[in-house]
Structure formats: C-alpha cells, structure tokens
Design a protein around this ligand. Structure first.
Ligand SMILES: *Cc1c(COP(=O)(O)O)cnc(C)c1O
Length: 829
C-alpha cells in the first residue's frame, strides 16, 4: 500500500484541459487503443469502448480534481449519501451529454470508421441495485452534480451486480453478472485511502488516564475496505462529484498470523472469506432476507464510509469534534446503512474520546433517514444473537441508546408500558431482534417518506408513536428522476423537438416544460404531427428490441401498453395479465366493438427465492405464447415478456411507451419512479391512487390520467372483510377469465402450475385485493382504448404529460433535501 499520511495537503494543480475537438478525441482514442491497451482497429469491440471511455474520463479529470478541492475548503459543509445500492446503468452516453461533446465524438469515430452507438452499446450496465431504490440513488447523484451540491455517494463495489435474467420454457433463470470481468475504465482505485473494519471479538471496559470509564473493541477480525471512485459529472457545469464504492480485502496481518502458525494455505483461504463481503448484491427488492453476510455488508459500508468522512474532515488542522455536525450530514437510503448511527457513536466515544452526551448530540445532528416502504416483509430486523457475535461493541451501544430513549418515552407517557414495548429498538419475543427502522428514527434529526401519501401513512401508521414524540423530525420528499438520462439522453428525438420549440434550458430546469402546454392544443397541427413522428420512431426502435429478444412482432401503429418494474405481488402484474386474458376472450367471442389494437409489454426480475413472483413470469410467457399464435387474434393483441429488464432497456422502453401501467394496490407503492420516466417521455398513465401517481395526476389533471381502483383507506378498511368470490359471482368477465385460467388453456403440458396464482387471487386473505380492482381496471382500460382512437386527443394528453412533468425532476427533489435537511452551499466551479 503506498505511504499516506492523514495530513497530506492538496496543492493546486496546474493542468491544461484537453481539447475537445474531433481531431483531439480521435487521436487520444487511437493512442489508448493501440499504445495503452495494445489493441488495434478491428479488435474485439469491447476494447474500442474501453479506449473511448479512457478518452472521455481524461476529459473529466481536471474538473473532478477541482470540484474536490473546492468542496474541501475548511468550514464547508458536505453531505454523504449512504446506500447499499446504486443502479447506475451505463456511463458513456451520460458523460458525453454532460460534457457536451457528443457531436465531436461522433465525428471522431466516423473518421475512424467506427460507430459511436455501437461502441457505447459495449458498455455493461453497472447494475449495483435492484430497482427503484437503487436507481433513485443514481438519479440523486446526477442532480447533485448538476446543482453543484457537495454530495458524495458511498456504496459497495459488488463484483457481481444484479443477476442477468434468462427465460427458459417461460421460467426465469438467473445468471451471475460479472460486470467487472473486463475491468471498469471509469473507476479509480485509491488504495491509499483504505479503511479497516472490525468484526467479531469482544468489548473491553477500562478507565483511562483521567479516570473516565471507556470501552474498546478487542480481538477483532479486521477486513480492509478499499475505495474505488467513479466520476459523477454535472450537466455542462465543470462539476464532477464522486461516487465512492468499497471493495473488501483481507488485511496483511490476518494472513501473517496464520502463516506463522504454519498454515499458509488457510491464510490465503481467510483472504477469500474477507473478500466475500463485497462479492454479490442481494437480489431482493422490498423484502429482507436476514442473512449474516448481508449484515456484514451493511456494517462494512457504514463503518468504512464514516471513517472515511472523518478522515477527510480531519485533514485540516485543529479539528474539534464538537464542530463535526456543523460540517457533515449523512443521508441513509432506507434502513440498510442505519447501523451508521451506532458506528458514529462508537468512533466518537471509543476512538475520539468524547463522552456519551457529546457523541449523541453530534450523531443526532448528522444523521437523516429516508424510509422507502411500509411493507412489513421489508422492515429489517436482526436477531440479537447474530448481532452479538458479529458486532458485540455495536450491540452494546444500541442497548444504551435504547435504554436512554425508553427513559424519554416513559417521561412523556408515564406508565404506558404497551407504548414502550412498541417503541423499543429491541423487539421482545421468543427471538429478540434489533429493529433497524426504530434505530434510524431515534438516531436521526430528519425522517422522510418518498411521496406525499407515503409520508402521511408513515405519520399516521407505522411511525405514529414516533411522530407524536418528535413531529418536527418528519417530512416528505417526493422522489424524482433525472431528465438528463431519462429524456435528453434516452429520447434524442423528443429532445430535439422540445428544444426547437422552447429552447434548451429545460434540460437543467425542467419546470420550463410548462411552456409546451400551448402546443398541446390541436390547432398546433405541425407540432402534433412531429410529436407523433417522434413517438413512432421510438416505437420502431422498441419493436426491434422486442423482436430480437422475444421474437414477437409489435406493430408500431398499435397502442404500446407497458408495465416494467420488479415482479412483486403488490405491483400487481397479475391484474395486467387478467386484463390481457379478458381482451383475448373478447376477440374469441367476437366482442370487438370499439376495438383498439394493443401491444402489451411486461418486464422485470423476480427475486430468486420469491416463488410466486417467478410463477407470475411463467404465466405472462404462457399467456403470450397462446395469444400471439392464435390466428383469431390476428395481430389485434400482442403480449411479450421482455427478459433482463435493466436501466439500459428502460432507456429504450420509456420513450416508446403510450400507456404506462402503475397499478399497485393503493397504499403499497411508496412512490414509484418508473411512473415519472414514462410521464416525462409523453406516456399517459393508467394507475391507482398510490404513491407519486397521486401527484402525477394532480400535476397533469385528472382528465389526462386514467385513474381506477380502491383508495388506500378503502383497502385498509376492507382488511378482514374481503370476499373475492363476490366479485367473481357479480362479474361475468372476471368469472370467464378465471375459468379459462383454471381450465389449463394456457398450460396444457404443465397442468396445475397456475393453481397457486388462482388460489392467491381468490383467497379472502389476499393482501393485494387484486380481484376487487378488476372491474374498475377493465373499465378504465376501455376509456384508454376509446381515447386512443381519437389520435388528436391522445396526442394532446401525451404532450400535456410531458409538459406537466417538471416537478418530477430530481433537481427539484435535491433542492428540497438541501433546503430542508442538508443545508449545503452550492459551489460554483
Ligand atoms: C426506474 C426503474 C425502476 C423503478 O421502477 P418502478 O416502476 O418505480 O418500480 C426499476 N428498475 C429500473 C431498471 C428502473 O430504471
């Protein structure tokens, strides 16, 4: 490891920025390809990508260094975004857009007889996340750089990202995603800043020289955390922020001890077990799995990141830790990293020598927590035994936090034992657990939900006791998505049309899209025609993808009806399939009145252990096989399941979608962000009154949104009084759909495989109340079909959706986080 002292001072560097003309880019590209990589034109295409990535990374380097220097001025406040997931996707196109050198690069490649598009297509997705939560973190990073906010992301550098999904006989098959196999040209390893993370051992109490009672964590097994930095470029503003991802590595002494005992090979084996920590992303979305390795990952991230933030802050002379909270804030993305609360306490007390009160005051001014779900299966709880064995000193601190907290509760509500039990960070029972969300709330100064409804449900429900105690902590921050990736990069046709019409300032100020509203009126015929042309071309591009991946022919003149997201019962892909079967039956029965041709696309990954979700994928594929091959259907209805849904596929899907399916059971989808990507790209939503759908409908107007289904309070009130058979007996269409499914029509060679789905739908205990919403969903879909037949009306709705989507930019979300939680000064480069 290179020598490094914590007092190393950065000196200003005088670097000449590189030229950005096509000639310079082409020369650098060729130099990287031939002189650095030792490959020559005509080589395997990955190397042309790698050479171009280095060429572009060079062009970020001076701004990256300058951003770092500017943000580290003494007295300047910084935020750290702690997340176990960053679902980044590809970087090349995004940096080209942000640097504003796409045309020059295009030209440089053309002159070398290379095609930029083909080169960029070589980049593997950085799939370090499951779904919305991880993608949100990536969009946040983009907006912080664009707003010039001093925010650094901390995450894990998983060797294996989100698994690749294959479909075999209609079933999901998972394949490991070794995205780093050929290296990652964007990252820079910074071994000189590695950190040591403790596990195991025991805690020892002693008196220090001044007679103070102190603790230390001894006999630990340590793992090294090695940082790898990824550049996060802002939009044309010379700002490049940092995403720092930790890789686990064995310490040298650990091996040496074993080596001296004569067991060299065991020593090398131990190295392996240390490195396991950052080996693989857990592929569960909205559910916890309670594995020991997962807790190790969480502590590893929290500990390495907090130590690193402290190291950076200590670089300036004469630091007094009582000032730490004034200059540092940590935003915890869900409960996954919230062990950071106890870790910061440990470091302040055991390593910096502060007392409890000082440390608690600092910690509770530094920490902020974002909740992402109300689903009970997603609330993290760790068994005390596991905690005790893995992190004994941390558990001790959590006990003390809890004891002091419960004293506060009993002062406010004397004698209310039930409330104390409910609020205790330690859950009692046959097996005792640490409730991570409770630890996060107690240790944070801010607790936020991710859409207005979700934040309200937190205050009224799950977190009600805490809300009564600390109403001032609770706030809402409605999610967003970055318009750079999701419109400017993913939809160049629409981008050109919008910019020609209202100028291009909307890319960095999405509220400007409002100015498109007048063009929604039908007398702007030329604009309407262009709008439809752009959508049509995007639909051709998606149709080609569907043809290549699914061998299904999508006709771009049909309505493209799309639901892509993780497969989960609460997201109700089943409701969508029931509707497709209903349409199929209408064709078979000749009920073709007011028919609209539809291409229905469904995509998403199921957690490998989630049996029901995997069976839903099988159902989609089997229904697709029957519908697509039935000559009676004759192209009026298509269904396809798109395998391996990921960021780079959404970049093709969202611009091509007419109808966005956001049909979760009300009260269950905290926000959703797929809904926002579709809206920005001019899709109209069919959706329940859930999550950010509500705010989308408010923004665009109810007349431009297809609302259906029960409200959250109605779902709740139904609770134990749900009788699915009533819906079946009162609705012939629903009855016929379920009968056809039960008959084995879609699974003649695999009898009964869908019975588990039918049983779940028809169970009075179905938490997702799918059948209760069937009729209103089918009716809303009928309104969609009619609206589509009036293409002028549809185009107007489409334009209004884009024009009303300004609020859903993460630029707005980040401004709110900054104004109300982080309070950072935007820097100017
Ligand atoms: C946006 C996005 C999501 C989140 O979609 P929801 O519909 O909000 O669940 C998940 N995965 C990918 C790849 C995305 O781009």
């Amino acid at each position: 490891m290179p020598a490094y002292t914590s007092r190393t001072v950065y000196r200003p560097v005088q670097l000449t920025p590189l030229a950005n003309d096509a000639k310079a880019i082409g020369t650098d590209f060729q130099r990287y390809l031939s002189y650095h990589l030792g490959r020559f034109q005509g080589c395997a295409p990955f190397y042309t990508y790698e050479a171009l990535a280095y060429t572009l990374r060079d062009r970020l380097m001076v701004d990256w260094r300058n951003t770092w220097d500017t943000q580290l001025q003494p007295g300047s406040r910084r935020a750290y975004y702690l997340s176990l997931e960053f679902l980044i996707g590809r970087a090349m196109g995004n940096h080209l857009l942000n640097l504003g050198i796409k045309n020059e690069t295009d030209q440089a490649m053309l002159e070398l007889s290379e095609r930029l598009e083909e080169i960029a297509d070589q980049e593997p997705d950085a799939g370090l996340g499951n779904g919305g939560l991880g993608r949100l973190a990536a969009c946040f990073m983009d907006s912080c750089a664009t707003l010039q906010l001093p925010v650094m992301g901390y995450g894990l550098r998983y060797e294996y990202g989100m698994f690749r999904q294959h479909i075999d006989n209609g079933y999901q098959v998972e394949e490991p995603d070794r995205w780093l196999r050929n290296g990652n040209p964007w990252e820079i390893e910074r071994s000189e800043y590695c950190q040591r993370v403790h596990f195991g051992g025991r805690s020892e109490h002693y008196r220090d020289g001044l007679g103070n009672q102190r603790a230390r964590w001894v006999d630990t097994q340590d793992v090294l955390a090695v940082p790898f930095d990824m550049p996060i470029s802002g939009y044309r503003n010379k700002t490049v922020n940092t995403l720092r991802l930790w890789k686990a590595a064995a310490t040298d002494e650990f091996n040496l001890g074993e080596f001296n005992a004569g067991s060299y090979t065991e020593a090398v084996g131990a190295k392996n077990s240390a490195e396991h920590i950052s080996m693989v992303l857990y592929p569960n979305d909205s559910s916890e799995n309670g594995k020991e390795l997962r807790l190790r990952q969480q502590y590893f991230l929290a500990s390495a990141s907090i130590q690193d933030a402290m190291r950076v802050w200590e670089r300036h002379e004469a630091r007094d830790y009582r000032d730490f909270a004034a200059e540092n804030v940590f935003q915890m993305n869900d409960t996954h990293p919230t062990i950071a609360v106890a870790e910061l306490m440990r470091i302040l007390m055991d390593e910096k020598g502060l007392n409890w009160e000082q440390s608690w005051s600092i910690t509770t001014r530094c920490m902020a927590y974002t909740n992402h779900t109300l689903l009970p299966e997603a609330l993290e709880k760790w068994p005390l035994g596991l905690f005790e064995r893995l992190l004994p000193r941390i558990l001790e601190i959590i006990y003390e936090i809890n004891a002091r907290f419960l004293r506060q509760v009993s002062l406010k509500w004397p004698g209310d034992i039930e409330r104390q039990k409910r609020m205790s960070i330690i859950e009692e029972g046959s097996q005792r657990h640490v409730r991570m969300a409770w630890l996060a709330i107690v240790g944070s100064f801010s607790v936020n939900g991710v859409a207005a409804l979700h934040s309200q449900l937190l205050r009224d429900g799950l977190f009600h006791d805490f809300y009564q105690l600390w109403p001032e902590k609770f706030n809402n921050k409605t999610n967003g998505v970055t318009p750079r990736r999701w419109v400017a990069y993913a939809n160049p046709g629409l981008t050109a049309l919008i910019s020609e019409t209202i100028g291009d300032s909307w890319v960095a100020d999405l509220s400007q899209l409002e100015r498109l509203k007048p063009y929604a009126e039908p007398h702007h015929e030329a604009f309407h025609a262009r709008w439809r042309e752009v959508k049509f071309a995007n639909k051709q591009r998606l149709a080609a993808l569907v043809k290549a991946e699914c061998d299904v022919d999508f006709d771009p003149t049909a309505l493209f009806d799309v639901q892509v997201k993780r497969i989960h019962e609460y997201k109700r892909q089943l409701l969508n399939v029931l509707h497709v079967i209903h349409l199929y039956l209408r064709i078979k029965n000749g009920r073709m009145d007011n028919w609209t041709n539809r291409c229905v696309l469904i995509g998403g990954k199921a957690a490998p252990g989630y049996v029901m979700a995997k069976r839903i994928i099988k159902l989609v594929n089997n229904v697709a096989a029957v519908v697509n091959s039935d000559p009676d259907v004759n192209g009026r209805l298509k269904l396809a399941f798109l395998p391996n849904y990921r960021v780079s596929s959404m970049e093709i899907i969202a611009p091509a979608t007419d109808l966005s399916e956001q049909i979760s059971t009300a009260g269950k989808e905290a926000s959703g962000t797929g809904n926002m990507k579709f809206m920005m790209n001019g899709a109209v939503t069919i959706g329940t009154y859930d999550g950010a759908n509500i705010e989308i409908m408010d923004a665009v107007g109810a007349e431009n949104f297809f609302l259906f289904g029960l409200k959250a309070d109605e779902v709740d009130a139904m609770g134990r009084d749900y009788h699915p058979w009533r819906y079946v007996s009162q609705d012939n269409d629903l009855h016929d759909v379920l009968m056809l499914l039960r008959s084995g029509h879609f699974n003649p060679y695999e009898p009964y495989i869908f019975d588990m789905i039918l049983d779940a739908l028809q169970s009075p205990h179905d938490p997702w109340k799918t059948l209760a919403d069937f009729r209103s969903y089918v009716d809303a879909q009928e309104h969609v079909s009619l609206a589509w037949q009036d293409q002028v009306r549809w185009t107007r709705m489409s334009i209004l959706n884009t024009a009303s989507s300004g609020f859903f930019s993460t630029d707005r979300t980040m401004r709110e986080y900054n104004r109300e939680i982080w309070k950072l000064k935007p820097g100017a480069m």
